[in-house]
Design a protein around this ligand. Structure first.
Ligand SMILES: [Zn+2]
Length: 375
């Protein structure tokens, strides 16, 4: 049924900066067809009644736990996800036919020996990188396992109890990842970790420091290298609240052993990236891990993230671009992210114009993945 044809009548279409007049959008063989294309008589006809058709949303930071998560994402209009680290290959790609969101993934993340991911969160010790030479082994394993990009947990060695990969290993991981033609993404939650990640040459920072802003020199370096930010504001807000509510952590903060965590640092960094014209992408860190500070819900959290990006200074249209075309561009997904002829028919129909009020993305009237209606 995936090759069914569909005509969506009287739809306004979201472009990067604005919404068009009402028009008909044709879907043939899972792709958006040119106006005037012959449509079979049995094609489904949908009346959008002036609703707005968006490109399918892309969540640039999730941790999938199985096919149910994908089905839930689809119901919220999320048609592609980037998995930023999973314990074991779940072969979700095999199950991602046209009716479920597409998955790109990092596979195992690179971590320090004895780090939290392998010691507490159940990741295998093959995630641990013991030397610069071992970085080549790790990246080779990821490529053989089908990873689409490389993820590194970049920790701050000054935080008590934290195991951190040293600069030489971080640099080796980036070098090997780039040699394999992959984007390298760093998990970063303090300003010192951001410095380490940038010095190592990573392409994408995910999360944000919660303890301080980068120095002006650091910000200039990030801008010069056109580093991309996936701030996961949904996660950072919940994590800052959850961590700082623990008495022991408050004591450690008070005596300056632990960094002072504050969500406003996350918002400020987004504003700085945005003001400099750097790329910010929408990602939520949706997960069901018992040991992480917060568990954003698959699907609905991306709509939370859009609102948080707007609160941090993006216009609604810019926030929507951060969850569609910008992510497709950064990750080379040339067949999606915009509603254009020839692109995948990954579409979300909403009742009102989200460039006026971003909350309109929650008013979902229909979702198509590869031309197949899933809601
Ligand atoms: Zn994550």
């Amino acid at each position: 049924m995936a090759t069914d044809s569909t005509v969506i009548r009287r739809a306004r279409v979201l472009k990067r900066d604005a919404v068009t007049e009402e028009q008909d959008v044709l879907i043939v063989d899972g792709r958006i067809a040119a106006p005037g294309t012959d449509i079979p008589a049995e094609a489904a006809v949908i009346d959008a009644a002036g609703g707005v058709l968006l490109p399918g949303l892309i969540d640039a930071h999730v941790h999938l736990d199985g096919p149910d998560a994908l089905a839930q994402l689809a119901q919220w209009g999320v048609t592609t996800v980037l998995d930023m680290g999973e314990r074991a290959p779940q072969d979700l790609r095999a199950s991602t036919g046209t009716a479920l969101p597409a998955v790109l993934g990092a596979g195992l993340p690179a971590t320090a020996p004895g780090g939290m991911h392998t010691h507490k969160m159940g990741f295998p010790t093959t995630s641990e990188i013991v030397s610069p030479d071992d970085a080549a082994r790790f990246v080779r394993d990821r490529i053989e396992g089908g990873s689409d990009f490389i993820k590194i947990i970049v920790e701050d060695p000054k935080v008590p109890g934290t195991k951190a990969l040293p600069p030489a290993i971080l640099a080796a991981l980036v070098r090997e990842g780039h040699a394999a033609g992959k984007i390298v993404i760093a998990h970063v939650v303090t300003a010192a970790a951001l410095d380490l990640a940038d010095d190592a040459g990573v392409d994408v920072i995910t999360h944000t420091p919660l303890d301080a802003q980068p120095s002006p020199e650091r910000m200039a370096h990030l801008a010069e290298r056109q580093v991309v930010l996936v701030p996961t504001l949904t996660m950072m807000g919940e994590a800052a609240t959850s961590i700082t509510s623990k008495l022991m952590f408050r004591v450690l903060m008070a005596v300056r052993i632990a960094p002072r965590l504050d969500y406003t640092h996350a918002q400020q960094l987004v504003r700085t990236f945005h003001d400099r014209g750097l790329t910010v992408l929408a990602g939520t860190d949706a997960n069901t891990e018992p040991l992480v500070p917060a568990r954003p819900v698959f699907g609905s959290s991306l709509h939370d993230e859009l609102a948080l990006l707007v609160a941090a200074g993006l216009s609604p249209a810019e926030a929507l671009w951060a969850a569609t075309g910008a992510t497709a561009t950064v990750f080379g997904l040339e067949d999606r992210g915009v509603v254009e002829v020839g692109h995948r028919a990954d579409l979300v129909l909403v009742g009102a114009d989200p460039t006026r009020d971003i909350a309109a993305t929650r008013d979902i009237r229909g979702v198509w993945i590869g031309g197949e209606r899933v809601r």
